[in-house]
Design a protein. Structure first.
Length: 575
C-alpha cells in the first residue's frame, strides 16, 4: 500500500528503522520536573560532539562512505573536534574490513559486539564512553553533508533547544534490487523533521541531542528498531524543546537490505508489529501519569560488557624522539641535528601536543626522548615534560640537555619527579672553560636532587664525534659513499625516528635537513634526499607497520659508509 508524501512526513520518524505511525500521548502538557539544560562552553580539550555510528553486516559496503562524511565535517579543527564511535554490531574484528581503515585516527573509537543487538542498544552501551555535551546519531549506510554537525549544534544553541531535527534527501542505491524502493523514492524524495499536533517527527540520522537530555530520559528503549520514534515522543511528553529545520543535512540511502526494508525487520514484519504494540502501551502509560524516563533502557545497558572496545595493538619500537626546539646555545661542529646552524626556533606546547597525539595511540616506544637543539631554551619545557608523560604513559621518558639553561626552569625538578622523567646531561667538550661551566650545572642539579627524586645521568657526547656531512652552512655536501647498507650498519641514529611537523621521519639527519634547506637553499646534490617522503599521520596500519620495520633504504647512502671521527672543537658560542 502506497502512502502519500504529506501523510508520511506527518506520521513517520525515519531512522535506523522506520516504524508504523504512532499516536503518542498527544497532549504534551504533563508537568514533569524537567531541568532546563544550560549551554556549556567547550574548551580546546572538549570535543564539540560525539557521533555514534553502529553498523551491521548488511551495511558493510556503505560504512566507509558514512564514516568519511563524519570525518569531513566542516568544524574548526582541534577546538571543535568530533569524536566518532564506530560499533560493529555482531561483527568480530577479524571479519570487519572497516575498523582497520579508521582505528588509527585519534578521534575514532571502535567497538564490537559478538551478537547483533541493534543500533539503539549499541547507543546505550556506548553512552559511557561519550566525551562531549552533544550526541549525534548516524546510520552506517547514510551520508552526512559536510555542514551537518556545525549547523545542527549552532541551531540548538541559538534556539536553546534540546533536540535538533533536519531533513534528508533520499537516493536509491544502484545495488538495490527492489522496485518498491524506487517507488518510495518517487513518492518521498525528501524526509523532513516536522512539528505535529501531538508531537514531533525527527528524522533519525539528522538527530542531535544534548547529552544531559538523553541521560535524563534514560536513553532509547532497547528495541531492535523504531526506538527513535519512542524516544522522541517521550521527550515531547516530558517537555523538552525541539528545533526542526528545513535544512537538508544528509543523504538517505534507500535499499532493500536496510533494517527498514529487509524481510526480517522491515515495515509490516512481526518484529515491527510487536514493537509498535509495545510503543502504544508505553505511550498510554505515560498518558496515565507514568514518567517518560521509566521507559528508557540506558540504566540497564550503560555498563554492559557486551560492547567490547576494539583496542588496536600499538606498534612496539625501541625509541622515538621529538625536538622541543631547533635552536641551541652551543655550536657543535657537524651536529647531525643541524642545531649549530640555528635552523629554527622553539616549538610550542600546543603544537607538540597535537603532533604527539597523532602517534601516541598507535605507537608504544620503550623510550621517548625529549630533545633539541637545547630543550631548556623553550620556556614551556616544564609543561612539555608533563604533556609527554600524558602522551606516552608507559615509555621510559628522557630529557636530554646540555644543562646550561636549566636554571631558567625552577619548577622542572618537581615535574621530573612526578612524571618519572630522567634527566640526561650531555657533555660536549673536555676543555677547562667548558668543564668549569659544567660544574655550575652539577651544583644546581645537586640542589634539585636534595629536594626531588629523579634519575640523573651525565654522558659524554664528544668522545666519538663523527663527521656526517662535508662542509658547513650553505656549502654542506652529502658524503654519498653509495653504500646504503654499510651506512645503516654504523649509523648511530638507526633507532632514532623523529616526530617532526606531525609526521614520522626515519632519523634526525633526514628530518632536519629540511630546515637546513629552508635556511640555506642547498645545492642540487641534496635533491634526491630532500625528496624523501615522511609518514603522514593518516597512514594506514599496514603503512605504519612497514615504515617502523624498514631498515636499510636508499636515503641511507646520504651518510658515510665508514666512521670519520674527529676532535670536537669547543662548542661554546662567543658571548
Amino acid at each position: 500500500m502506497k502512502v502519500t508524501r504529506a501523510s508520511y512526513v506527518e506520521e513517520a520518524c525515519i531512522g535506523w528503522g522506520d516504524s508504523e505511525s504512532t499516536n503518542g500521548s498527544g497532549n504534551g502538557e504533563l508537568e514533569y520536573p524537567v531541568i532546563p539544560v544550560n549551554q556549556q562552553t567547550n574548551t580546546v580539550e572538549t570535543p564539540l560532539c560525539d557521533v555514534i555510528l553502529p553498523y551491521h553486516t548488511g551495511a558493510l559496503p556503505y560504512v566507509e562512505e558514512a564514516v568519511r562524511s563524519i570525518l569531513n565535517q566542516t568544524l574548526a579543527q582541534g577546538q571543535n573536534q568530533v569524536v566518532l564511535h564506530l560499533i560493529a554490531d555482531g561483527i568480530l574484528p577479524e571479519d570487519d574490513p572497516v575498523v582497520s581503515q579508521f582505528e588509527y585516527l585519534a578521534n575514532v573509537r571502535t567497538y564490537y559486539t559478538e551478537e547483533a543487538a541493534g543500533p539503539y542498544v549499541g547507543c546505550l552501551q556506548a553512552f559511557q564512553y561519550l566525551e562531549s555535551d552533544y550526541l549525534a546519531i548516524m546510520d552506517g549506510d547514510d551520508i552526512a553533508l559536510p555542514h551537518r554537525l556545525e549547523y545542527s549544534i549552532r541551531k540548538l544553541k541559538e534556539t536553546n533547544a534540546d533536540i535538533f531535527g533536519g531533513c534528508m534527501l533520499q537516493f536509491v542505491d544502484y545495488r538495490n534490487q527492489d522496485d518498491s524502493v524506487l517507488d518510495r523514492w518517487n513518492e518521498i524524495p525528501i524526509h523532513r523533521s516536522v512539528k505535529r499536533k501531538d508531537g514531533y517527527t525527527v528524522v533519525n540520522c539528522t538527530m542531535v541531542i544534548r547529552r544531559q537530555v538523553f541521560e535524563e530520559l534514560n536513553g532509547f528503549r532497547d528495541f531492535f528498531c523504531g526506538a527513535d520514534i519512542h524516544f522522541i515522543q517521550r521527550a515531547f511528553d516530558a517537555g523538552y524543546r525541539f528545533h526542526c529545520a528545513e535544512e537538508i543535512v544528509g543523504l538517505r540511502r534507500l535499499m532493500s537490505s536496510s533494517i527498514s526494508n529487509n524481510r526480517h525487520t522491515g515495515i509490516g514484519t512481526d518484529v515491527r508489529k510487536e514493537i509498535h504494540a509495545q510503543q502504544q502501551s508505553d505511550f498510554q502509560a505515560i498518558k496515565d501519569g507514568a514518567h517518560p524516563r521509566k521507559f528508557g533502557s540506558l540504566d540497564q545497558h550503560r555498563r554492559s560488557k557486551a560492547l567490547i572496545r576494539s583496542k588496536p595493538e600499538k606498534h612496539q619500537i625501541h625509541n622515538l624522539e621529538i625536538h622541543v626546539t631547533h635552536a641551541c646555545n652551543l655550536a657543535c661542529k657537524a651536529c647531525s641535528h643541524f642545531s649549530n646552524e640555528n635552523v629554527g626556533t622553539n616549538v610550542s606546547l600546543a603544537s607538540l601536543t597535537e603532533q604527539m597525539s597523532f602517534w601516541s595511540h598507535r605507537i608504544a616506544p620503550k623510550q621517548f626522548s625529549i630533545l633539541g637543539g637545547e630543550p631548556a631554551l623553550n620556556p614551556e619545557l616544564t609543561e612539555i615534560v608533563r604533556e609527554c608523560r600524558k602522551q606516552w604513559p608507559d615509555s621510559r621518558l628522557i630529557l636530554v640537555s646540555n644543562g646550561f639553561r636549566l636554571v631558567k626552569h625552577p619548577l622542572l625538578p618537581q615535574a621530573l619527579e612526578e612524571t618519572g622523567c630522567e634527566l640526561h646531561v650531555s657533555i660536549h667538550h673536555k676543555g677547562s672553560e667548558y668543564t668549569q661551566k659544567v660544574e655550575a650545572v652539577r651544583e644546581l642539579l645537586n640542589e634539585w636532587q636534595n629536594e626531588f627524586a629523579f634519575k640523573l645521568e651525565y654522558r659524554s657526547s664528544s668522545e666519538k664525534w663523527r663527521m656526517t656531512f662535508e662542509g658547513e652552512g650553505a656549502e654542506i655536501r652529502p658524503r654519498d659513499d653509495n653504500d646504503a647498507e654499510a651506512s645503516w650498519k654504523i649509523c648511530p641514529s638507526k633507532y632514532c625516528p623523529q616526530i617532526f611537523e606531525g609526521k614520522l621521519w626515519k632519523c634526525p639527519q633526514v628530518a632536519y635537513l629540511r630546515l637546513m634547506n629552508r635556511k640555506h637553499q642547498l645545492s642540487d646534490e641534496w635533491s634526491e634526499y630532500l625528496d624523501y617522503q615522511p609518514l603522514e599521520p593518516y597512514c594506514s596500519t599496514i603503512e605504519l607497520k612497514e615504515f617502523l620495520e624498514r631498515k636499510v633504504e636508499t636515503i641511507c647512502k646520504m651518510c658515510p659508509a665508514e666512521n670519520y671521527f674527529f676532535d670536537l672543537p669547543s662548542p661554546l658560542r662567543s658571548q
